[in-house]
Design a protein around this ligand. Structure first.
Ligand SMILES: [Zn+2]
Length: 467
């Protein structure tokens, strides 16, 4: 008999992160999961479409936009109503690459005798990892009440594996085809729903089978579903892996890890003594559409961040505010842009140079790119290192891409360009970014939360002299 595996290294935030990932199969669910954490910590939801109340010291608030972006803020206990506040904003994105159900998704393949689902790739996924996975469907459904006629948007998650994208058998590929492993995103990346091809009426947009599944999980009749925004996801649950449990494997670590750590760090901050002495406002901003360029009403390139800065500054600075209050607030503020970082891959180690080679479980990574793919500047990087030094978090790992390799980007440069707020780009090291199954170090989870908490606690004593 084999001995049982050794116990996992104790980590405060790994179990809640795993359940957060499980309950967040779509950006709608991710924002709802964050809202649930904030509600439980005493934050109050403000409807975005109504005027904000006066924002008093020690007030905890959040608002959402279109249910896929969120702005949470905690007014420091020592905030004064006569000065533009300093906002410390931890920012991340709620979306991940996936396959989205098309507006007209019903698809029957007569020769194969199967029903399929028309999908559209969202973002830059490593799509070959989506083959041969058990896939389910989740997102938002608009449901019409039969009696009142009222339509409401409801989160939906079928949970069961209802489709998959089978690979082509090796015997049916030439040697060249096997070597190239090429696939066409229109014709080869089409999930199979099953062999019980349902009869559809002319004009039906979706398979009756799919609508039945959604209706069953919503507890409503299928005909009451009037519109949908659905994505596919792998039902394989997130879990600790590796010989000693030191790794985490999951979909959507990019960037739900940062959504979780920023919210958990904010909650820790408001529960700490530091919050009572805080003169500023600690904020978390979560945006949709990072994977497709951030330009939308819910993206980091939209108005959400500027609107939030203007409205929060007006709510806090109520006593004779200066006419340029929002601009002054932006200039006093700071964005910690959190997104994942590339750890050294042992099988592709030549993709990093040794001075900029983050390791899994080696701590959070400061990301620098002088071509502005990342927002980190000399000043914002100094502040970030100073935060870690003061909080006793040790040295950050450094990342800059090789000169002969392309570099990713994220929301840091988008936000700072749109608002004038200084920003730094930071992330947790990971492997297999944009795979349907990504990997990170379990020990980096608590470090991520601690870094966010330290960021909110930082009062910027040395800040003014750096300008
Ligand atoms: Zn990302």
């Amino acid at each position: 008999m084999h001995p049982p595996p050794p116990p996992l290294s104790p980590s405060l935030h790994v179990p809640p992160l795993l359940s957060f990932l499980s309950s967040s199969p779509s950006p709608y669910h991710a924002v709802a999961s964050c809202a649930a954490l904030l509600d439980a910590a005493g934050f109050r939801e403000l409807p975005e479409h109504a005027p904000f109340p006066p924002l008093l010291p020690a007030g905890l608030y959040y608002f959402t936009r279109d249910r896929t972006s969120l702005f949470a803020f905690a007014v420091g206990g020592a905030a004064v109503p006569s000065a533009p506040p300093s906002l410390r904003i931890a920012a991340a994105h709620s979306d991940s690459p996936n396959l989205r159900v098309k507006p007209a998704s019903k698809l029957a393949h007569k020769l194969a005798g199967v029903e399929q689902l028309a999908v559209e790739p969202y973002g830059g996924g490593l799509w070959h990892t989506w083959f041969d996975r058990d896939l389910s469907v989740a997102g938002l459904a608009y449901v019409r009440d039969a009696e009142t006629g009222e339509v409401t948007g409801r989160l939906v998650d079928v949970r069961e594996p209802v489709c998959s994208i089978p690979s082509l058998a090796i015997h049916l590929q030439t040697a060249e085809e096997r070597k190239a492993f090429e696939y066409n995103k229109e014709t080869h990346l089409v999930p199979v729903l099953g062999t019980d091809v349902a009869k559809t009426a002319e004009g039906d947009l979706h398979s009756p089978k799919l609508l039945e599944l959604l209706a069953a999980s919503l507890g409503v009749p299928a005909e009451s579903i009037s519109d949908l925004d659905l994505g596919l996801y792998d039902v394989c649950p997130p879990r600790a892996t590796g010989a000693s449990g030191s790794l985490l494997a999951s979909a959507r670590l990019d960037n739900l890890f940062s959504c979780y750590t920023s919210v958990a760090g904010l909650i820790n901050h408001v529960k700490s003594d530091a919050f009572g002495k805080d003169e500023g406002v600690a904020c978390v901003a979560l945006f949709d559409h990072e994977e497709v360029g951030s330009v939308s009403t819910v993206g980091a390139g939209g108005t959400l961040i500027k609107d939030a800065i203007a409205r929060v500054s007006r709510g806090v600075c109520r006593a004779s505010p200066p006419p340029d209050l929002a601009e002054l607030t932006a200039l006093r503020s700071f964005v910690l842009s959190l997104d994942m970082a590339h750890a050294v891959h042992p099988n592709y180690a030549d993709k990093h140079n040794k001075e900029h080679a983050p390791k899994l479980n080696g701590g959070m990574v400061l990301k620098t790119n002088r071509n502005q793919r990342y927002a980190s500047s000399a000043q914002s990087s100094f502040i970030m290192r100073d935060i870690c030094r003061r909080a006793g978090l040790g040295r950050m790992q450094e990342f800059a891409v090789r000169n002969d390799c392309g570099c990713g980007s994220t929301i840091g440069p988008v936000i700072s360009a749109n608002t004038g707020v200084r920003a730094v780009d930071v992330g947790a090291p990971m492997l297999a970014m944009h795979s349907v199954r990504e990997v990170m170090g379990a020990e980096d989870v608590d470090r991520g939360v601690a870094l966010c908490e330290a960021f909110f606690r930082y009062f910027g004593e040395s800040d003014a002299s750096l300008r």
